[in-house]
Design a protein around this ligand. Structure first.
Ligand SMILES: Cc1cc2nc3c(=O)[nH]c(=O)nc-3n(C[C@H](O)[C@H](O)[C@H](O)COP(=O)(O)OP(=O)(O)OC[C@H]3O[C@@H](n4cnc5c(N)ncnc54)[C@H](O)[C@@H]3O)c2cc1C
Length: 439
């Protein structure tokens, strides 16, 4: 994370305050006293609900949140906090049942059929939400279907949670408190609807046209997009956008892609370079010129500083070179004199996207490109093998601490690069990573 500890502390404090807000809300005003066990059980439920509600904010691509952290860190945090929320919610009835077996009555259909159905259904939805997230492939769910199922189940869970609080009513006798809890539930579902329905709806007039599709090395293709009747989109080099291909912005096939073109060519022209991974990227690669596209963005903080007195070391593997290409093309258009080094690893030369162009950029910029190939052609003078700590260390600039580092590629490459840089004493704030594979 580039931002200082003070900013991180503000985020963490705000997150904890918001997560525990339902609990404090419940405590306001006179409530009949009960045993400690019951109070702890209830508090777990309130905090669980607060954490669940916050998940809608974390994944809603809200610019303030999304530009403070990378998408990968944000989704990682969402996953971890989601698990904590599930544990809190499940601990809520467990503690109550252990404290007083009479609470089992809540699950008894003979006492209250609707209440028992809602609680069993809500808990089932929560368990299914967790299981499908942990083992998506075992459920044979494509990423798109999983996202749809995830949103529906999460909405059911939050609505049942709020309904349960209102129905028990112990802490929410006052109308204003009831209204606030309704707001938490409605607000959470509203955030989801905003992301999945309202935002695409607002975006429908901002259509792009695929001007051309250029085949690249490594089973990749570059899509050139131009705005169709609007001013287009500006971005910072290294950022990404969510791309939807087709005549409607409402498709479930919406994928994040880094801009691969110069930020100076925007907003008139935007390029994305897509490598075939699954159905979504295969469709993107095969798209016909003239087709429509929609973009949501820009997002991301994987962006070099404007200040050219600090050099950049870009460490990429495979299609992870796309944000690096955007940075290099932007520097070239800006005649930026900063010291640059790109260390780019691939299995073979045929996989090395932008191979010729990167060599040309070496002449146009203060740039050194180090190609690393696992299976090099004959008479190869570059590095050989997978990227290791030794290859990395011997190719870094002489004064590595005076540079910022951008790492993007497959997981093993990113892990090696991150740990090597840390061992070399590069401050954490100078190391930025972008992970393409998130689930
Ligand atoms: C910030 C960012 C920038 C990226 N930039 C590029 C790029 O410039 N070029 C490129 O080729 N790829 C890029 N990717 C990866 C690209 O988004 C995935 O390869 C693509 O979504 C795969 O979808 P699929 O249907 O082809 O494959 P699938 O087999 O459906 O998915 C493969 C994996 O891709 C990820 N994925 C799939 N769909 C989504 C989605 N809608 N949202 C988030 N993750 C998803 C999941 O981790 C999934 O397991 C980027 C990813 C991120 C997060």
């Amino acid at each position: 994370m580039r931002y200082g500890w003070a900013r991180a502390a503000v985020w963490i404090f705000s997150f904890l305050a918001l997560a525990s807000a339902p609990m404090f809300l419940g405590w306001i005003g006179p409530t009949p006293p009960r045993g400690l066990g019951v109070e702890i059980g209830v508090a777990l439920g309130f905090v669980g609900l607060g954490l669940l509600a916050l998940q809608f904010l974390l994944t809603g691509r809200y610019r303030r949140v999304a530009t403070s952290f990378g998408l990968d860190s944000m989704l990682q945090f969402h996953r971890e906090m989601g698990m904590v929320a599930v544990l809190f919610v499940l601990a809520h009835p467990a503690v109550l049942f252990v404290t007083d077996l009479e609470y089992l009555e809540y699950l008894d259909p003979r006492v209250n059929l609707m209440r028992a159905l809602a609680l069993v259904g809500g808990t089932g939805a929560l368990l299914l939400l967790t299981a499908t997230s942990l083992w998506r492939l075992a459920f044979h769910l494509s990423y798109e279907r999983w996202r749809l199922v995830h949103g529906v189940l999460a909405s059911i869970v939050i609505v049942v949670g709020v309904a349960h609080i209102l129905q028990v009513g112990h802490y929410v006798a006052e109308p204003w408190k009831r209204a606030l809890f309704v707001l938490i539930g409605a607000g959470s579902v509203g955030l989801l609807l905003n992301t999945r329905v309202l935002r695409p709806w607002r975006n429908r007039g901002r259509r792009y046209r695929v001007e051309s599709v250029r085949e690249e090395r490594g089973d990749a293709a570059t899509l050139v997009l131009v705005p169709d009747g609007h001013e287009g989109m500006r971005f910072l080099p290294g950022q990404f956008a969510w791309l939807t291909l087709g005549a409607s912005p409402f498709s479930l096939q919406q994928h994040p892609y880094s801009f691969s073109s110069s930020a100076e060519a925007a907003p008139r022209q935007l390029e994305f370079t897509v490598k075939e991974e699954g159905d979504g990227s295969a469709a993107a690669r095969a798209v016909e010129p003239g087709s429509s596209a929609f973009l949501e963005g820009p997002f991301g903080y994987f962006v070099p500083r404007r200040d050219s007195s600090i050099g950049c070391v870009l460490i990429a593997g495979g299609v992870g070179v796309t944000p690096c290409r955007s940075m290099l093309r932007t520097f070239s258009d800006r005649e930026d004199p900063r010291e640059l080094c790109l260390i780019y690893a691939n299995p073979t030369l045929a996989d090395t996207i932008f191979y010729e162009e990167l060599q040309e950029l070496e002449g146009a910029l203060n740039l050194r490109v180090v190609f690393v190939l696992e299976e090099p052609p004959e008479e190869w003078s570059g590095e050989v093998g997978v990227l290791t700590d030794e290859i990395l260390a011997r190719n870094l600039p002489d004064d590595p601490v005076r540079h910022e580092y951008f790492i993007c590629g497959p997981e093993p490459l990113m892990n090696i690069a991150e740990s090597t840089l840390k061992e070399l004493g590069i401050p954490q704030r100078r190391i930025l990573s972008e992970r393409f594979n998130m689930v």
